[in-house]
Ligand binder design. Sequence first.
Ligand SMILES: [Zn+2]
Length: 108
Amino acid sequence: MEITHKVAQSAPTTTIPRRTRPPRLDWTAIAPSVAQLRRQGCSARETARRLGLNIKTLEAHLRRHRIRHAIPMDRPDQVRRTCLNCDTAFVADGRFLRLCPECRAMFS
Ligand SMILES: [Zn+2]
């Protein structure tokens, strides 16, 4: 018997920390709080403020998270959008909706 696939896939462990970057955050500890605040209807900005996070850091996290937990679309005319105002992912009923329901309510 012969094992054909590669076993030794050594991931490079030498990651040089860049000075311009803030210290790495422990997302396993932060993510539940983020998810909770988001469920309560907090925008990315509000969530970042409450948790004392940098908004850019949180946005980057949410973006990564969204790819893994993409919102399923149940109608063909629905469009997956990212809110222009708060960067929240949402499913719009049409191509021209660029704000999430929360922000739409806020602006109208
Ligand atoms: Zn929004």
